[in-house]
Design a protein around this ligand. Structure first.
Ligand code: NAD
Ligand code: TDX
Length: 331
């Protein structure tokens, strides 16, 4: 089987490629990645001899048409993915998340290729802290940020292309991922690399906001379950019942590093900051028999800390620039 992975040099995409090479030797993997600030060739170094990396943009219709025409399956991870960046400069989000997805859909339609669309729970907006509800595939879309609204728009393009043109598509909306190879602009690796450098973790606002954490390996095993067993045209929500508020996450990291639980700084809150995400993944579990393997958040976090300690060469080159960007935004 010939598989095209867009965004395969990013966090979740590179882990997906590693898992695929490890567990499915019959799959021939091509990665299409523009290698933006968030993409890194070295994330694919351990599988470099087994994967073809094409450096290019998903908005390049000619290139996309050729690569999709040479594939049996497209899994679309490529995106501008960081909420804070979308607040300071929304344009790349419109370009990549909307125009890029449109470009892929047109190629998939033309060549009749199976397509899986990777999306986020943020398309549903947020929940109150005391709301017993969780997101399901029937929750109305209500995105808050330029990032989540462009992801929501991309999901709606997929639904329309499936209904109007009959493309063979599935969609997954996953909660917050953690694990190796995550860009250090994101919450958990930012705090881990700060702690390695002796800098205090930075908590936005009061730290009450809740995210539903899932290990990246579990996200990717769910994606494979949907590709193999999911019903065409369906949306599946991926989550591992990992709700934690940001304060709890920072306190756990401080404990892992052996520092006092209150040794962190409160910084300026994110404008429009979503309060809580929570996924009801029963459709995925009941219909497809999927289960997460990483059910203990603390040990998953410990392993992630070890990975960042052991792979300083991977993240060190982007640390100063990332922190300079945060300093300019008051975070
Ligand atoms: P990331 O920012 O780490 O990686 C994105 C990758 O896409 C990078 O390699 C980048 O170079 C590439 N890319 C960006 N623009 C491109 C373009 N125009 N053409 C080709 N390649 C381009 O992101 P991530 O955290 O790995 O997220 C991957 C996908 O998963 C995204 O679609 C995101 O919305 C979704 N998602 C992420 C999370 C999470 O917690 N990180 C949760 C749910 C869903
Ligand atoms: O330094 C920080 N301090 C802090 O308190 C940073 C960077 C973040 N935060 C807070 C903001 C959020 O409540 O931590 C939480 C997580 O922040 P991010 O890592 O920026 O993730 P989030 O905005 O929740 O979005 C993530 O999950 C859904 C991914 O970046 C998205 O790509 C995915 O769709």
């Amino acid at each position: 089987m010939r598989l095209l992975v867009t965004g395969g040099a990013g966090f979740i995409g590179s882990n997906f490629v590693h898992q695929t090479v490890r567990e499915r030797p019959d799959v021939q993997v091509t990665v299409l990645d523009a290698l933006t600030y968030a993409g890194d060739k070295t994330s694919l170094a351990p599988v470099a001899d087994k994967v073809t990396l094409v450096e290019g943009d998903i908005t390049d219709a000619e290139l996309v048409d050729r690569l999709v025409g040479e594939s049996d399956l497209v899994v679309h991870f490529a995106a501008e993915s960081h909420n804070d960046n979308s607040l300071s400069n929304p344009w790349p989000f419109v370009q990549t998340n909307l125009i890029g997805t449109y470009t892929l859909l047109e190629a998939v339609r033309k060549h009749g290729v199976r397509y899986h669309h990777i999306s986020t729970d943020e398309v549903y907006g947020d929940l109150e802290l005391d709301d017993p509800a969780k997101f399901t595939a029937d929750t109305p879309y209500n995105p808050s940020s330029p990032y989540s609204s462009t992801k929501a728009g991309s999901d709606l393009l997929v639904r329309a292309w499936a209904r109007s043109f009959g493309i063979q598509a599935t969609i997954s909306n996953c909660s917050n991922n953690y694990g190796p190879y995550q860009h250090i602009e994101k919450f958990i690796p930012r705090q881990i690399t700060n702690l390695i450098d002796g800098i205090k973790p930075r908590l936005y606002g009061k730290g009450e906001n809740v995210r539903d954490w899932i290990h990246v390996e579990d996200h990717n095993s769910a994606v494979w379950a949907i590709i193999e067993k999911g019903r065409i045209g369906e949306t599946y929500l991926i989550g591992a019942d990992g709700e934690k508020n940001n304060l709890e996450v920072v306190e756990t990291l401080l404990e892992i590093f052996g520092f006092a639980k209150d040794d962190f700084d409160h910084v300026k809150d994110r404008p429009g900051h979503d309060m809580r995400y929570a996924i009801d993944s029963s459709k995925l579990r009941d219909e497809l028999g999927w289960e997460p393997a990483y059910t203990d958040f603390r040990s998953g976090l410990e392993a992630t800390v070890e990975w960042y300690k052991a792979n300083e060469a991977w993240w060190r080159p982007s640390k100063d620039a990332t922190e300079a960007k945060y300093a300019a935004a008051g975070h």
